[in-house]
Design a protein around this ligand. Structure first.
Ligand SMILES: Cc1cc2nc3c(=O)[nH]c(=O)nc-3n(C[C@H](O)[C@H](O)[C@H](O)COP(=O)(O)O)c2cc1C
Length: 207
């Protein structure tokens, strides 16, 4: 059993669609409990976040970084940072914006550095780039060629029913599934070893 928490902000619904796709991908992995936490409700979900094996962060890129609403959540974790309470949890990220580039990478790097400050273990997208040869197409998985996390692009004048497109939704599903599978392996490895004693641990440290 592994727990995956997906915490996200979306001002106009586009990043919500991406977050729901991450959640779908995570939920189809057996023995994984995936919860979707909108940023407006994070204060009611500290317990789920504290007990998660993996936390996936998602926000629209606003002014070249994570939206202010999501940044407020990141800042609110500082007491957990001080206690290194989230150390060794898995972490991953996704972002959506109007530009094909739009400085999305900066948002993913922001999430990555946040996770590093917490001592978390980063899970990247794990896909080769799509749509980067003459044979490629915008329908390709990972059409925006992200590596650090899942990227999506939504035309600013179109509603969330239409954008981000199916390829970006599928890329987000892939991230969710990948994190969930990693969380299962991570949670299984974290179980105490049969027969290990405190003395064994002391010997190992002293060796
Ligand atoms: C305040 C603000 C700043 C934005 N800054 C960027 C930006 O830096 N790069 C970009 O590509 N799009 C930018 N956009 C466009 C949004 O990222 C885009 O509309 C996105 O789909 C919004 O996601 P949401 O519907 O989940 O809020 C900005 C939009 C707003 C409202």
């Amino acid at each position: 059993m592994a727990r995956v928490a997906i915490v996200y902000h979306s001002g106009y619904g586009h990043t919500k669609v991406q977050a729901e796709a991450v959640h779908r991908g995570a939920s189809r992995v057996p023995h994984v409990d995936a919860v979707l936490i909108p940023i407006e409700k994070y204060e009611a979900h500290w317990e789920e976040l504290d007990h998660a094996d993996a936390i996936v962060m998602g926000a629209p890129t606003y002014m070249a970084g994570a939206s202010a609403q999501f940044k407020a959540f990141l800042d609110a974790t500082s007491s957990r940072w001080a206690a290194q309470r989230w150390k060794d949890k898995l972490a991953a990220g996704f972002t959506n914006s109007a530009g094909y580039n739009g400085d999305k990478l900066n948002t993913l790097q922001q999430f990555n550095l946040f996770a590093m400050q917490h001592g978390m273990i980063w899970v990247g997208l794990g896909l080769l780039p799509g749509n980067h040869t003459s044979q490629g197409s915008p329908e390709d998985l990972n059409r925006l060629a992200g590596f650090l996390g899942a990227m999506a692009q939504s035309n600013a004048d179109q509603p969330a029913e239409l954008v981000p497109p199916a390829s970006d939704r599928a890329t987000a599903e892939h991230l969710g599934q990948r994190v969930a599978e990693a969380a299962l392996r991570w949670a299984a490895g974290a179980e105490p070893h049969q027969g290990a004693t405190a003395a064994d641990a002391t010997l190992a440290v002293g060796a």
